[in-house]
Design a protein. Structure first.
Ligand code: MN
Length: 196
């Protein structure tokens, strides 16, 4: 047992003691949001941190486990709630557990081949099994930071390219004050009606 077995996480701040978090800013999410005009307007006002992920990767190799502590800020671009870029695993069969810690949000799942989608709640006391071959993205539809753990096989790897090209079929918008899951095409119609 040669590597540290114990780590100390702070679910409120998204910090893991001794680990530098990776920050993702608004400018890093260019092309992801539904409403490009609202995105550009937001970016002119500033470039806030949208989320951070602190990855704990104590050992490499077959059978090893890693985890990330994610912290996604509350907010919206136009009607669309802040989300993470989302990814598939480079090693496609690799599954993952998502464990909600603080805040309220959703986890979008989308199978790479079938396109089948599922949207599940993510908050404290909920644990979600993300199967292999399934793209995943968190969405914060609350008013406080959403924090969670993702526990994944060491060989999983992160592939952002596929989602950057195709995005998710489902989006989460505020409609009549409520978080609402919609198909992307339906949502595009809604925001173009908003602008009339
Ligand atoms: Mn993952």
């Amino acid at each position: 047992m040669t590597f540290p077995l114990l780590s100390h996480i702070n679910p409120e701040t998204g910090e893991v003691a001794g680990v530098a978090a990776n920050l993702r800013f608004l400018e890093n999410l260019k092309g992801y949001f539904l409403d490009e005009t609202a995105y550009q307007q937001a970016l002119q006002l500033g470039n806030p941190t949208i989320y951070s992920v602190a990855n704990v990767e104590p050992a490499q190799g077959d059978g090893q486990l890693h985890y990330g502590l994610g912290r996604l800020m509350p907010g919206k671009i136009g009607r669309e709630y802040y989300f993470t870029a989302g990814h598939l695993h480079t090693h496609r069969p690799a599954a993952e557990f998502y464990i909600g810690l603080c805040g309220e949000g959703l986890l979008l799942l989308q199978h790479e081949m079938t396109g089948e989608t599922l949207v599940l709640p993510l908050k404290a006391n909920l644990v979600i099994y993300v199967p292999g071959y399934t793209a995943h993205r968190t969405v914060n539809c609350g008013t406080t930071p959403l924090t969670y753990l993702g526990v994944y096989p060491a060989q999983a790897g992160h592939d952002y390219g596929r989602i950057k090209e195709t995005n998710f079929n489902k989006v989460v918008l505020e409609v009549d004050g409520q978080p609402t899951v919609m198909d992307r095409q339906e949502a595009l119609k809604l925001i173009s009606q908003d602008k009339l």
